[in-house]
Design a protein around this ligand. Structure first.
Ligand SMILES: O=c1ccn([C@@H]2O[C@H](COP(=O)(O)OP(=O)(O)O[C@H]3O[C@H](CO)[C@@H](O)[C@H](O)[C@H]3O)[C@@H](O)[C@H]2O)c(=O)[nH]1
Ligand SMILES: [Mn+2]
Length: 422
């Protein structure tokens, strides 16, 4: 599957900090910034905040629910006993040849392969022997701590190639993050562009203008999926059930917003790198920049601290094209994350970071609140270092031969969730 075909999203219905393989995809991860040497980040450690807030009623923010899995365990034990029996048989045949001719070489090869397979199978089993689900209760956060005690979060998006990862995809990811339900001044979104593309920078500049309308629209109408490409791919749909007299207003807003989005798409898709650079101005820095050989370009595209009280509140947006030099390896996404960690340490220095790839989007505006329930929901901080949301893929191949969409599993979970919350 190509990257273009993968539009993945974060699914906060199922969080984990004890991962089975299914839950271990390396996306949508929130880390506490405790592995790098920026001591000042510790000064606002969320766990200290959780303790500070202990004057408030101590409601449980998360619940660890073991998933029994008895039938699976029995099946696994049956497979294990068959594997051991097979190994025993092979070993007995090899060792028991006694004075007879030595076992043929392919018996030895089969024994080695099966022993290796059994070891791998055991390690795999070990990781998913006792899976758990974490239920999170973001509505209790407000009862437990005040809004201004919520820790700040730096949101990192990495993009690498404007051809394979079109700027519009990155823009949708960024818009879904700028519109999340979390105090806007506690958030900042950093985009690392390893493509060093003026088109991506331009698209993000346009995204800021669009966000001025999009974020209030999402909040006013309780929009569920805040990546506009996904939201507008179906008819008018609002989160909370509208009162009759508001319906007409919503439909009007929806149509206006949809038309603004279409204009945004046209502007972004028609942007031409060469003419942007020729234009000069803020794109002059891209002049002569080769993708693998250029100095750092950092642009603060939107700074929430400079807004006046009447302005719309959505998080700051910072564009970063890190320095590239053919003499040094850039280390792909890891290198980009490293640079974002350092740039954000200077600008906002949030104690928590959220990482998504440019082809993911948050499919639930409460995604950060859900994660906070796990990051702040344990009395002892050693029990929670990172939170991971599983990926759900869009645009998969016909009939989903790789099972990427996990249709059945997700449907069952969704139903369960709606039963739980009803
Ligand atoms: O030089 C690079 C190469 C990649 N990326 C970004 O890294 C992310 C992942 O790269 P990709 O090639 O898309 O890998 P995928 O296989 O699609 O992604 C999965 O596998 C990657 C490698 O394990 C993980 O980093 C991702 O989080 C995970 O979703 C994307 O946002 C890229 O834009 C960069 O920033 N710089
Ligand atoms: Mn990818």
């Amino acid at each position: 599957m190509t990257q273009r075909e993968q539009l993945s999203s974060l699914d906060p219905l199922e969080w984990t900090s004890e991962c089975g393989p299914l839950l271990q995809s390396s996306c949508g991860t929130m880390h506490v910034h405790n592995f790098i040497d920026y001591p000042s980040r510790f000064s606002t450690c969320p766990f200290q905040l959780a303790t500070m807030a202990s004057t408030k009623k101590k409601l449980q923010l998360q619940e660890r629910v073991p998933l029994g899995r008895t039938a699976w365990k029995l099946a696994d034990l049956a497979v294990l006993s068959l594997l051991l029996a097979l190994l025993g048989h092979r070993a007995a045949s090899v060792l028991g040849s006694g004075g007879g001719p030595p076992p043929p070489w392919h018996w030895l090869a089969a024994l080695a392969c099966e022993a290796w397979f059994t070891l791998m199978w055991l390690l795999n089993m070990n990781a998913k022997w006792s899976p758990v689900r974490f239920d999170t209760f973001p509505e209790r956060l407000a009862e437990r701590i005040d809004d201004d005690e919520l820790p700040a979060v730096d949101m990192f998006v990495t993009t690498a190639d404007p051809e394979l990862e079109p700027p519009l995809v990155t823009v949708n990811t960024v818009l879904s993050l700028l519109a999340v339900d979390y105090p806007a001044h506690k958030l900042a979104c950093y985009v690392s562009d390893d493509g060093c593309s003026p088109a991506t920078c331009y698209a993000l500049r346009e995204a800021v203008e669009f966000a001025r309308l999009w974020v209030p629209f999402c909040r006013r109408h309780g929009v569920g999926v805040r990546a506009p490409s996904v939201y507008f791919s179906s008819g008018p749909e609002r989160g909370s059930s509208p009162a009759d007299d508001e319906e007409a207003e919503f439909l009007r807003d929806w149509a206006a917003m949809n038309s603004e989005y279409e204009k945004l798409v046209t502007r972004i898709e028609n942007a031409d790198e060469a003419s942007l650079v020729r234009q000069g101005g803020e794109f002059a820095e891209f002049l002569g920049a080769e993708r693998k050989n250029h100095p750092t370009i950092i642009k603060v595209l939107w700074d929430i601290s400079k807004t006046t009280s009447g302005d719309v509140g959505f998080p700051s947006l910072i564009y970063v094209a890190r320095e590239k030099n053919p003499r040094y390896h850039h280390h792909f996404k890891a290198g980009a994350m490293n640079v974002l960690t350092r740039v954000s340490a200077v600008l906002t220095n949030a104690p928590i970071m959220l990482n998504v790839d440019c082809d993911m989007f948050a499919n639930n505006p409460k995604v950060i609140l859900h994660a906070m329930c796990l990051l702040m929901g344990f009395d002892d901080e050693v029990h929670s270092g990172f939170v991971q949301a599983p990926q759900k893929f869009y645009g998969a191949l016909k009939d989903d031969p790789f099972g990427n969409q996990m249709e059945v599993k997700l449907k069952v979970q969704m139903q369960k969730q709606s039963v739980d919350t009803n």
